[in-house]
Design a binder for this molecule. Structure first.
Ligand code: THU
Length: 136
């Protein structure tokens, strides 16, 4: 799928705007995500931390869970914004891979600059996917 620069930027801007709502009092590392489905809906997500640290939720997974719980499972592109253009964690890569390796991933910094564009498959080579559970 081909994205225009305008599409890229508007998704990055939405993720960056969502980032302001991140709840990250422990790490102070605020993450925002914006996930666009094939049907054209957009779900944002932010990291939501917890005093019991491992209970914290990542922005990407919040966006995926919001989408799936609203009946959307087919994704086109996700933008992820952090101050320093950080890359999605392994758990988020795995959760995204469940719904397709071709989902485009836009990684941007706090100034809204795209620092890297790849796919879920690019971030998670040789992924374990639902196909591996089909044994017949
Ligand atoms: N975080 C995300 O939201 N997404 C990632 O892919 C990397 C890490 C969050 C989790 C935690 O709230 C903070 O960033 C620092 O790890």
């Amino acid at each position: 799928m081909n994205l225009t620069d305008q599409e890229r930027q508007s998704l990055i801007d939405l993720a960056n705007e969502a980032r302001r709502r991140a709840y990250a009092p422990y790490s102070n590392y605020r993450v925002g995500a914006a996930l666009r489905t094939k049907s054209g809906r957009i779900f944002t997500g932010v990291n939501v931390e917890n005093a019991a640290y491992p209970t914290s939720l990542c922005a990407e997974r919040v966006a995926v869970v919001k989408a799936v719980s609203e009946g959307e499972r087919e994704f086109e592109v996700i933008a992820v914004v952090t101050d320093n253009g950080g890359s999605p964690c392994g758990s988020c890569r795995q959760v995204l891979s469940e719904f397709g390796l071709d989902t485009i991933v836009l990684i941007a910094d706090g100034a809204g600059r795209l620092v890297h564009e790849t796919t879920v498959g690019g971030l998670l080579p040789e992924a374990f996917t639902p196909a591996h559970l089909i044994t017949d």
